[in-house]
Ligand binder design. Structure first.
Ligand SMILES: N[C@@H](CCC(=O)N[C@@H](CS)C(=O)NCC(=O)O)C(=O)O
Length: 251
């Protein structure tokens, strides 16, 4: 691995988990370089040798020495470096456990099931890997995850966001999971039957709508994903809004 880049650089491909780090950087008002790459290039030897050893997105470089290729690790690293308090929950407080729980399950338990729904959606019908079992596992796991989140938001919790009245990085982690889930299950262009109903999760649905109404969410999950491949200097306050989003907003 010889890749070393100066400054803070985030590698992004459209709708990748990089949206988590990008949204956090926007909230923290930290300038960075965005490198938009083609999904079809991330398994190239050159890319894997120098940028992403696993051939995945996102990747973050910082100060020449820091190289991270796990979205949650990026978010934690950026918070440690740039946050003076907002967007996280202090260690040693009771809410810290909730913060850690929802932060981590967004990429573990949540994504494990949501990724199955996504695969079921994008695998062509002719591919033998597109099985009813894949869909069923995705549905069962996602339902259990959503129900737990619904129960938490409606009975064990107070506030607009998972850790109370302030948006935190746990919500930012969840944004990708809920976004991919919505993309995988809703809209006229899904090949999966409608397997999840928003009305079964009213409190979660209100939370998800609240999140999607934030300008930070819209900037980082909207038109930024329409950018041509290339390198961009992102300054605090820059907006990518204007062309709308290609994704459905409800599941
Ligand atoms: N747990 C990793 C997962 C990274 C990952 O799987 N990224 C996806 C896109 S969001 C990817 O690169 N997929 C391409 C592939 O698996 O070939 C993270 O959170 O960064």
């Amino acid at each position: 691995m010889t890749g070393r880049e100066s400054g803070l650089v985030v590698y992004h491909a459209d709708w990748g988990r990089s949206c988590r780090a990008i949204w956090l950087l926007r909230e923290l008002q930290v300038p960075f370089t965005l490198k938009v790459v083609d999904w079809f290039k991330i398994k190239d030897k050159q890319f894997m040798d120098h940028i992403s050893p696993l051939g995945r997105i996102p990747v973050l470089f910082d100060d020449g020495d820091v190289h991270i290729y796990e979205s949650g690790a990026m978010v934690e690293y950026l918070l440690e470096k740039y946050s003076k308090g907002p967007l996280t929950v202090p260690c040693g407080t009771p809410q810290r456990a909730e913060y850690l729980q929802w932060f981590n399950t967004a990429e573990t338990v949540g994504m494990r099931s949501v990724a199955k729904l996504y695969l079921y959606k994008v695998i062509p019908d002719s591919n033998p890997k597109k099985t009813p079992e894949l869909l069923q596992q995705g549905v069962d796991g996602t339902k259990a995850y959503l129900q737990d989140l619904e129960d938490y938001l409606s009975t064990r919790h107070k506030g607009d966001w998972v850790c109370g009245s302030q948006l935190t990085a746990a919500d930012i982690m969840l944004s990708y999971t809920l976004g991919l889930m919505t993309y995988s299950t809703a809209g006229p262009y899904t090949s999966a039957p409608q397997v999840l109903k928003a009305s079964d999760y009213p409190v979660l649905t209100a939370y998800w709508e609240r999140m999607q109404s934030l300008s930070g969410y819209q900037d980082c999950y909207g038109d930024i994903n329409l950018l041509p491949m290339g390198e961009y200097s992102i300054e605090p306050g820059m907006s990518f809004q204007g062309k709308g989003t290609r994704r459905p907003t409800t599941f």
